[in-house]
Design a protein around this ligand. Structure first.
Ligand code: MN3
Length: 201
């Protein structure tokens, strides 16, 4: 069984005006689909790997045959990151953090505002293509990290609670070169329920 494209949890225009419908459509139906197709193609001849989840593959890249390791890292990372990113956003999202996460954010960063500043600065300074994440480590601590290309935080033992795709394809149609505006807009659609759910695991 090959990997499949998870359903988008809302319509293409559901995150307007922050995330525009045209970008959402292309991002999901072309880019996410493209990573999926490349991942499935890379695993041709290694069908036994379809028994594992994409998380399992990314958490243990070194166990993969060398011929496909790079492809799984890139295409598999892209497939996985978009699958979780759609869930990290929701219509009428945003606002302040909720649940147990509030206390942890205050403890680690001082306040939500401080956390946001650090996140925005990190996302704004990613050079080239990549992502910025709020992650939880194995001890349950939070930090903000950036990853290049589709390198995955889960390959380094982190669980992503929130993240932002700062590849140009994520914002160029609406925001052109104004990445900081796109990053700011993200906070209006953040799905804190998702972040809390992962944090509590
Ligand atoms: Mn993308």
């Amino acid at each position: 069984m090959a990997y499949t494209l998870p359903e988008l949890p809302y319509s293409y225009d559901a995150l307007e005006p922050h995330m525009d419908a045209r970008t959402m459509e292309i991002h999901y139906s072309k880019h996410h689909q493209g990573y999926l197709d490349k991942l499935n193609a890379a695993l041709a001849g290694y069908e036994e790997l379809f028994d594992k989840s994409i998380e399992e593959l990314l958490k243990d890249l070194s166990s993969l045959p060398e011929q496909i390791r790079g492809k799984v890292k890139n295409a598999g990372g892209g497939y996985y990151h978009h699958s979780i990113w759609w869930q990290m956003m929701k219509p009428n999202g945003g606002g302040d953090p909720t649940g147990d996460l509030v206390e942890k954010i205050n403890e680690v960063f001082g306040s939500f505002e401080k956390m946001k500043e650090e996140f925005n600065a990190a996302a704004g300074s990613v050079f080239g293509s990549g992502w910025t994440w709020l992650v939880k480590d194995k001890e349950g601590n939070l930090s903000i990290i950036s990853t290049a290309n589709q390198d995955s935080p889960i390959s380094d033992g982190y669980m992503p609670l929130l993240g932002i795709d700062v590849w140009e394809h994520a914002y160029y149609l609406k925001y052109q070169n104004r990445r900081p505006e796109f990053i700011e807009a993200f906070w209006n659609v953040v799905n804190w329920d998702y972040a809390n759910e992962i944090y509590s695991k």
